[in-house]
Design a protein around this ligand. Structure first.
Ligand code: GDP
Ligand code: MG
Length: 440
């Protein structure tokens, strides 16, 4: 599924301490493939990956996140924005004033089911809905609406199948006025394919009745077809929003991602089953999380943000500037870095370090971190704060204590001195720029 594929891409990123422009490119290539396979409109995919690429490459990595998490964050935000960012509400009028809502869509898309679901939702919100049977081509459709209306405890207005839909709609509004109903929900006829007659009938209703909101029902299972249908309806009939049905099925998610971008109209609700209670308001954020399967990742990101101890970071920064950074600080920073996704990610946040990362590769091997920690823990506090006093006999003792070979201790000390030197050489890091990125 799309979710699995995206999670795989991010898993690879998550394993890295840092992220190069090349990493972003490779990851986005996979994101692109996954989206296309999920039946997302190719123009939308192109636009989307471009937007993410532009934001991801060269962007300051946010305080407390590693670059991989930063990319997930950006992808998530762009997905949300793709789907319209905000939740769209029905344009319901106040008090007794009548709101007229017309359902449109192909046969089998779910109009009759959804309009009854909607009636139930409105009723529970204290509205007084009236369902109107304007599908006069299939007698079964009228019965279906009546059965659903009864289940919802909502009146169904019908004039049989001998009248035309415009007259039925007009009469229904009069009926609603007379009976203090304040939302009129018109069920209409669909065809198997988009055709002129269907479009004309909807246009006729709109021309003769004051329709406040035309809702297009599309079947999410039909993927790109759903998007094309929505585009045609938006152009030919004019719609105000979309209800995506059958999202409980094995859909690939493409329709949900493309509709807003292609039609300019938001998704208001999603159908999540055949039962009349299975209609949910559409939340772009929740849908993005669902598509990314990212509930866990987002909480990880939040945790990383929270784990960042600002005071500690500021203290460390001061020491870095004064070149007082010692093994004690190294140990503290390791704890922090573990919480934040590894030393690589932390160093990568420092201005000017990125390009010199190669020199620090040995130190950044995340697997070696545990051994490094053991070595530092085997040092006396004095040794930790004065690395200069580490002579061979001390190193020998430390190696025994940590259960490692003395060469490892030597390597660590050497790397530590090198990185201190390296830090000293980087002018950007010592300036005032760190504040801008929040330091560590
Ligand atoms: P219409 O021709 O547009 O009026 O479509 P219907 O309302 O008659 O629905 C067609 C079929 O889709 C029916 O069997 C519904 O039960 C089913 N259906 C509608 N919405 C959903 C949904 O959200 N999930 C599932 N699983 N089935 C749905
Ligand atoms: Mg129907």
């Amino acid at each position: 599924s799309l979710t699995d594929k995206l999670q795989n891409v991010f898993k690879k990123l998550r394993g890295k301490g840092r992220l190069t422009e090349e990493d972003v490119k490779v990851a986005l290539k996979e994101v692109k493939m996954a989206l296309l396979e999920a039946d997302v409109n190719f123009k939308v995919v192109k636009q989307f990956t471009k937007a993410v690429q532009e934001r991801a490459v060269g962007q300051d990595v946010m305080n407390g996140l590693n670059p991989g998490q930063m990319v997930i964050k950006i992808v998530n935000e762009e997905l949300v924005s793709l789907m319209g960012s905000e939740t769209t509400e029905l344009p319901l009028k106040q008090g007794n004033e009548i709101t007229v809502i017309m359902m449109a869509g192909l046969q089998g898309a779910g109009k009759t089911t959804t309009v009854a679901k909607l009636a139930g939702k409105l009723k529970s919100k204290g509205k007084r809905p009236l369902l109107v049977a304007c599908d006069v081509y299939r007698p079964a459709a009228i019965t279906q609406l009546q059965v659903n209306g009864e289940k919802q405890g909502v009146e169904v207005f019908s004039m049989g199948d001998k009248q035309n839909p415009v007259d039925i709609a007009k009469a229904a509004i009069e009926h609603a006025k007379a009976n203090q109903q304040n939302v009129v929900l018109i069920d209409t006829a669909g065809r198997l394919h988009v055709d002129e007659n269907m479009m004309q009938e909807l246009a006729d209703i709109k021309a003769n009745v004051n329709v406040d909101c035309t809702l297009l029902t599309v079947d999410a299972m039909t993927g790109q077809d759903a998007v094309n249908v929505a585009k045609t309806f938006a152009e030919k009939v004019g719609i105000d929003g979309v209800i995506l049905t059958k999202m409980d099925g094995d859909t690939r998610g493409g329709a949900a991602l493309s509709i807003k971008a292609v039609t300019g109209k938001p998704i208001l609700y999603v159908g999540m089953g055949e039962k009349l209670s299975d209609l949910e308001q559409f939340y772009p954020e929740r849908m993005a999380s669902r598509i990314l399967g990212m509930g866990d990742v987002m909480s990880l990101i939040e945790k990383a943000e929270a784990a960042l101890d600002q005071d500690q970071a500021a203290e460390m920064q001061k020491k870095l500037k004064k070149m007082e950074f010692d093994f004690n600080d190294y140990l503290t920073s390791m704890e922090q870095m573990n919480k934040m996704g590894g030393i690589g990610s932390v160093l990568n946040m420092l201005p000017g370090v990125g390009s010199k990362m190669k020199d620090l590769e040995g130190m950044i091997d995340e697997k070696a971190l545990d051994r490094t920690k053991a070595i530092i823990l085997s040092m006396t506090p004095k040794e930790r704060s004065n690395p200069g006093i580490l002579n061979p006999s001390r190193k020998n003792r430390i190696a025994r204590g940590a259960g490692v070979d003395i060469t490892e201790v030597n390597r660590l000390v050497k790397q530590f001195e090198q990185s201190r030197k390296l830090m000293k050489q980087m002018p950007g890091m010592m300036g005032g720029k760190m504040g801008k990125r929040g330091g560590f």
